[in-house]
Design a binder for this molecule. Structure first.
Ligand SMILES: N[C@@H](CCC(=O)N[C@@H](CS)C(=O)NCC(=O)O)C(=O)O
Length: 246
């Protein structure tokens, strides 16, 4: 893949912890692709109405991927990951082509995109960003986070497998990592690790297995390295315990 031109991932200037761009970075490392990151300044109120954003995405949310090897521009992290797998995982190392497994992969991919991402995002919003405290909304999304973990835990318990689909790590396992990593950082707080291990042990072990994967470690180092390099963009959040009065 050394003759490839570097792929470009766009994200906002927001401390680098945005889970959806982070998710794409895992795949760029995992597939051994050359890449670079470009950053939009979200303090510019017109950034979404100007070039290059208007040609990249109609939605104004990140990530966006540009592939200079064929001129494609793709938005929505799930679509980006499907593209990377279909284009650059030529040996299907991270996927299956058999119909049963292929559609199971799609089911987990859509569950990550429509279940985990939005619910965890709302948990973050109502805990740290909403203009007034709304304990009922904070609680609803904390319960949804736990429900998502329990879905994964029950599945892994029932199948007695290490991974969500089949008997190898696939792209859908990797897709869940950034949001689950952020759970302990600022969505549920570090103390939640005890509840996670006790109530959802299979899910906890699966997440630990994923954290040990080289591409996951590299993507996390890259993400956290951005935060350290750029203290002005670090997200300042109160602790979960402080907000919930624990
Ligand atoms: N479903 C979209 C969600 C994209 C999204 O919400 N991205 C966040 C960063 S993780 C963003 O751009 N936020 C900026 C904003 O809300 O203004 C995807 O997975 O790509």
């Amino acid at each position: 893949m050394s003759d490839l031109k570097p792929l470009i991932v766009w994200r906002y200037h927001d401390g680098g912890l945005s889970p959806n761009p982070w998710k794409v970075v895992i795949f760029l490392y995992e597939l051994g692709l050359p890449w670079e990151m470009k950053i939009f300044d979200r303090t510019d109120p017109d950034v979404r109405d100007k070039e290059p954003m208007v040609s990249l995405t109609p939605n104004g949310r990140m990530p966006v991927l540009e592939d200079p090897n064929n001129g494609l521009k793709i938005w929505e992290s799930g679509a980006i990951i499907e593209y990377l797998i279909e284009t650059y995982d030529k040996t299907n190392r991270l996927s299956y082509t058999t119909p049963r497994e292929n559609y199971q992969l799609k089911s987990w991919m859509h569950f990550q995109m429509s279940g985990q991402g939005p619910y965890y995002g709302q948990r973050t919003w109502f805990l740290h960003l909403h203009h007034e405290p709304l304990p009922s909304a904070q609680e609803r999304y904390a319960n949804e986070v736990k429900r998502i973990l329990s879905v994964i835990d029950k599945h892994l318990t029932r199948t007695q497998r290490h991974w969500l689909v089949g008997d190898k790590m696939t792209f859908v396992d990797l897709m869940f990592v950034p949001w689950n990593t952020l759970l302990l950082m600022f969505m549920m707080g570090p103390d939640f690790s005890t509840e996670w291990q006790e109530k959802y042990p299979r899910c906890w072990e699966w997440h630990q297995r994923l954290l040990a994967v080289e591409s996951v470690r590299k993507a996390q180092e890259f993400t956290q390295g951005n935060v350290q390099k750029d203290p002005s963009a670090t997200i300042e959040v109160k602790s979960v315990e402080e907000i919930e009065g624990r």
